[in-house]
Design a protein around this ligand. Structure first.
Ligand code: KIV
Length: 276
């Protein structure tokens, strides 16, 4: 008589897992996700971390920016993802102006963590120090998103690569130092030169996730719709379509997630073609 094979659910990824990956030089994968069926597919592909990004304002709701997204939207989508996930570490954005004051940052982080997030993501630099500190002191890990921060699109005057001049690069480094000293658990760098991202990744003990930030970051993230080739606008330079890529062995959506996960783990993605 043969014993039926028992499929063990993959063990949950925690901040300690990401720190171990960083120590061992093993990159980790992250994808945005906004609902249960795709979260289940990502779990099949063993994606390490999921971001419920406020990019949902653009790819799900059809807005021209992330600014119209509300805390209620983030809570709803986080609940949907969390129900189908027992593996990935879940990061969730605090949306536009949901952390402009400390009481707002605390109340809105509570709502998002109670919806099922493990880490709260905020956009900015050194000005976030009081928020990062009070959240860390109260058991809420933060991921600080630096570089191109889409909630500030109106300050930047468009979606542009950041940290290109010596002074801008020095300011970005100072911002990273300030938020890490305040207790940030993860840094996320968007659209920064690959050499600067590599320097930041080497300098700090916390995991650094990149999008358009080169191959040397500890983790990589893409917006799910982008990596499935579902574009509502011209894709950015850092995007790769894994659905139709030859590395997708099954040709389906789980296959695309697996191909992305493998490409990140083996540092086959991103290449110079996807970097600045
Ligand atoms: O909202 C989002 O999806 C993001 C990623 C682009 C990093 O912040």
């Amino acid at each position: 008589m043969t014993t039926p094979a028992v499929t063990q659910p993959p063990s949950p990824v925690t901040l300690s897992t990401l720190k171990r990956y960083k120590k061992n030089g093993e990159p980790f994968s992250c994808l945005t996700c906004y609902e249960a069926s795709f979260a289940a597919a990502m779990q099949q592909a063993q994606i390490d971390t999921i971001l419920i990004g406020d990019s949902l304002g653009m790819v799900v709701q059809g807005h021209g920016s992330t600014l119209p997204v509300t805390v209620a939207d983030m809570v709803y989508h986080t609940q949907n993802v969390a129900r189908a996930n027992s593996h990935a570490l879940i990061l969730c954005d605090l949306p536009f102006l949901a952390y402009a004051t400390l009481p707002d940052a605390i109340a809105n982080s509570r709502a998002i963590m109670q919806a099922g997030a493990h880490v709260v993501k905020v956009e900015g630099g050194a000005e976030l120090v009081p928020i990062v500190r009070i959240l860390a002191d109260n058991g809420v890990p933060t991921c600080v998103h630096l570089g191109l921060t889409p909630q500030s699109v109106n300050l930047f005057g468009g979606y542009k690569v950041q940290g290109k001049t010596d002074s801008a690069a020095a300011k970005l480094l100072e911002d990273c130092r300030a938020v890490v000293e305040a207790g940030a658990a993860i840094l996320l760098l968007e659209c920064v030169p690959a050499t600067l991202a590599a320097q930041i990744t080497a300098e700090f003990a916390v995991p650094v996730i990149g999008i358009g930030a080169g191959a040397d970051c500890d983790g990589q993230v893409l917006v799910m719709h982008d990596m499935l080739g579902v574009y509502t606008r011209k894709p950015a330079k850092f995007v790769k379509d894994f659905l139709t890529d030859d590395s997708n062995l099954s040709g389906d959506i789980v296959g695309a997630f697996r191909a992305y996960h493998t490409a990140v783990k083996t540092r086959a993605f991103p290449t110079a073609e996807h970097s600045f």
